[in-house]
Design a protein around this ligand. Structure first.
Ligand code: PA5
Length: 447
């Protein structure tokens, strides 16, 4: 099986290879720090050997639970925010048919998401559409206290209990949360829900290969063993004994840090495969929360191409030169579709007749890469042989490992997220949450 690969050739016109390789000592030290567990945030390193330590019993338990939900539900609502849903959505959108919801002979339940916003209309519309449908809920929250998922769960749990009765609802609700603490653990114990544990030492954004991602991904009918197998192979390929020049996670981390030092403050993750949109959303959380702190950090942005070449393309080509681009390039699509010939040729496309749509896409990709490099945008390329569970597993682990290395190279703690608390404090103060009386008074005086 071919592996995903990294190519930094189109960065070298901006930063000589020697400068990137001069980071070898620092990158190697950061990898050792990760593996030895003596750096900042070292109580959150459980993801490092997660792929190789998942047991057969754990996988079977997840698959059995997924099968129960699949047999009972036509719709499964995944409740969670940030790391508690983005990985699942990334895999499901990448691997399931984009127009699945239009088919009538569905093999898999429809996966919908809640608890990732506080939109009243969104929740209302979801609740309305679920009326009369056989649905189940996977409620995912590591802390068990996050407002958005807790709010969605309160509404949908009540609806499910009213629809099918309390006893049956218990069989259709699964909780994924901390082993011992938090409101969701307490509720699950009280109600007798089936539960899965998010290990203490795995943070939300690094949790896709725990039951957080594996359970809903299995419910969607995707082979989680292949996902894990891909991640295991990348765990080996980026291990601490792998030389710097062969370790793609180390090279990626070193390259983006060197670009950052040279004024490239924004990294745009681009794809030419629309089904990868949520892979980029997952990636943005991973890098944004891990590196954006202490007044530092590359801003992670993303575009879907060629779509966004007709909107953001102008900025990327010609705007402020503070960006670099990382393109996920898919080698082989799953299906074949050729451009038909047309007698009239009014659209002038007969020069493409007989070519695969992917060949047109590939030329758009190559043309864009060259244009952007000419426009002053360094280009990193990640090649994915195919969009399948194995290669997504590789991609997940690659980005996680590179993120840990990169965060240490930037000299931040990549495993905390103190900044996400600020809005919560203000929101609770504005909503008069008990215990926030002083903050409430202070914030209201500012309005
Ligand atoms: O990366 C993180 O830890 C966070 O962004 C979480 O993923 C997010 O806040 C959800 O938290 P929880 O699973 O505790 O509800």
């Amino acid at each position: 099986m071919k592996n995903i690969s990294l190519n930094i050739d189109k960065v070298l016109g901006f930063i000589p290879k020697e400068r990137i390789y001069a980071q070898e000592t620092k990158a190697t030290r950061c990898i050792a720090t990760l593996h030895d567990g003596n750096g900042a945030g070292n109580d959150f390193l459980g993801w490092l050997h997660l792929p190789s330590s998942v047991t057969e019993a754990e996988l079977t338990d997840i698959e059995n639970t997924a099968n129960t939900l699949r047999s009972k539900c036509e719709v499964v609502v995944v409740i969670g925010i940030g790391g508690s849903y983005l990985g699942t959505k990334a895999v499901v959108e990448a691997l399931n048919n984009s127009f699945d919801w239009l088919t009538t002979d569905r093999k898999n339940p429809v996966m919908v998401y809640a608890g990732n916003n506080i939109g009243e209309d969104y929740l209302y519309e979801l609740s309305e559409i679920l009326k009369g449908k056989q649905f189940g809920i996977i409620n995912i929250s590591k802390s068990g206290t996050t407002t958005e998922p807790a709010l969605a769960f309160r509404i949908l749990k009540k609806q499910l209990e009213e629809a099918v009765g309390k006893e049956e609802a218990k069989c259709r609700i699964v909780a994924v949360t901390d082993a011992h603490k938090g409101a969701l653990r307490t509720l699950a114990t009280q109600e007798g829900y089936k539960t899965f544990v998010i290990p203490d030492n795995v943070g939300g954004r690094f949790s896709v290969l725990t039951p957080v991602g594996l359970l809903p991904i299995a419910v969607a009918g995707i082979n989680i063993r292949e996902l894990i197998a891909g991640a295991v192979s990348m765990e080996k390929a980026t291990d601490k004994d792998v030389p710097f020049g062969e370790n793609m996670a180390a090279i990626y981390a070193a390259t983006r840090n060197e670009l950052y030092k040279n004024g490239k403050k924004i990294e745009i993750l681009a794809n030419f495969h629309p089904k990868l949109h949520y892979i980029a959303e997952w990636w943005k959380q991973l890098y944004g929360e891990s590196e954006g702190k202490d007044g530092k950090g590359i801003f992670p942005a993303s575009v879907d191409l060629t779509t966004d070449l007709h909107s953001m393309g102008q900025w990327i080509q010609d705007g402020e030169r503070t960006i670099f681009e990382t393109v996920i390039s898919v080698e082989t699509p799953d299906h074949e579709l050729r451009v038909p010939s047309d007698k009239e040729n009014l659209d002038g496309l007969n020069f493409m007749a007989g070519k695969r749509v992917d060949e047109v896409n590939k030329m758009a990709e190559l043309g864009t890469q060259l244009a952007h490099v000419d426009g002053g945008v360094p280009n990193i390329k990640i090649t994915m042989p195919k969009v399948d569970a194995f290669h997504i597993g590789q991609l997940f682990y690659f980005f996680e490992k590179a993120c840990g290395i990169s965060g240490y190279m930037l000299e931040v703690n990549p495993f905390n997220q103190p900044g996400v608390e600020a809005y919560k404090k203000n929101m609770f103060a504005l909503l008069n949450k008990p215990g926030y009386e002083k903050e409430s008074e202070a914030i209201k005086a500012r309005l």
